[in-house]
Design a protein around this ligand. Structure first.
Ligand code: F6R
Length: 242
């Protein structure tokens, strides 16, 4: 694991965007894994700027998102498909047909999970997976106790995650309690991972991820087993590292 600490979320996001842009320039036909939530917003903003001002070309890029809430249609303002359109896809030249976000309205989630895995495989696997981290140490929606070999499947959100995400929905009650998510095993198969975390509320999860034991109680700690992980932090998120 390579840990990079920048003074602010802005500087850290620019650093992360440079890594994504380098890949897209070197390998125009590539597959990116993407995350939602508050953390990658500045990274996506920087990628949009690079597209608009520097001609960064996404026309042959394929994307796979980590997760989606169950029951939300793509038109719902809190669905992750809506998030990706609004915060990235609508502002760059990616072909929307090459963007994949799990379908929260699938009828048979077991079959759907297998299909999503197959789509990733058919695309040649994920070259670079962007990740955020939950305050409980989750990556994607792999909550504490998830198997470290897990694949794309249905998952119940932990109460801590429901509380954390209530800020987007206005109340805890409105937060869907189920999500479809790539598994830890799926994420570990990406060729490279780029984990971002900002703010003091992520400091404990980051310390456990980077310096703690590998445990299903902190699913991000499984990234210690991966050969190519870059962790980009601001100073606050790094504040509990030894
Ligand atoms: C989102 C995702 C989640 C978030 C995590 C942090 O696609 O997979 O694991 O990355 O919950 O969320 P934020 O960035 O809102 O703090």
């Amino acid at each position: 694991m390579r840990v990079i600490i920048e003074s602010t979320p802005e500087a850290a996001s620019r650093r992360a965007a440079q890594m994504v842009a380098r890949l897209v320039r070197q390998k125009p036909v590539c597959t990116l894994g993407l995350a939602t939530g508050g953390t990658p917003l500045k990274l996506y903003g920087e990628l949009i700027r690079m597209h608009q001002e520097e001609g960064l070309d996404f026309s042959r890029v394929t994307t796979f998102n980590l997760d989606e809430y169950v029951g939300l249609p793509p038109s719902h303002e809190q669905s992750y498909r809506y998030f990706m359109q609004k915060n990235l896809f609508d502002h760059i030249n990616v072909d929307v047909r090459n963007t994949n976000v799990p379908d929260g309205r699938a009828l048979d989630f077991e079959k759907y999970g297998e299909r999503y895995e197959q789509l990733i495989e058919d695309a040649g696997g994920i070259e670079l997976q962007v990740l955020g981290i939950g305050t409980d140490g989750h990556i994607a929606f792999n909550e504490p106790g998830s198997s470290l070999g897990s694949r794309t499947r249905l998952k119940t959100l932990a109460p801590e995650t429901v509380r954390d995400n209530a800020r987007f929905f206005g109340s805890e009650k409105a937060v869907p309690k189920l999500a479809i998510t790539m598994g830890v095993g799926t994420i570990l198969e990406s060729r490279r991972c780029l984990l971002l975390a900002f703010g003091e509320n992520k400091a404990e999860a980051i310390a456990a991820t980077v310096e703690g034991p590998v445990t299903a109680q902190v699913t991000a700690s499984a990234l210690q087993l991966h050969r190519e992980v870059v962790v980009v932090l601001d100073e606050a998120a790094a504040s509990k590292l030894a």
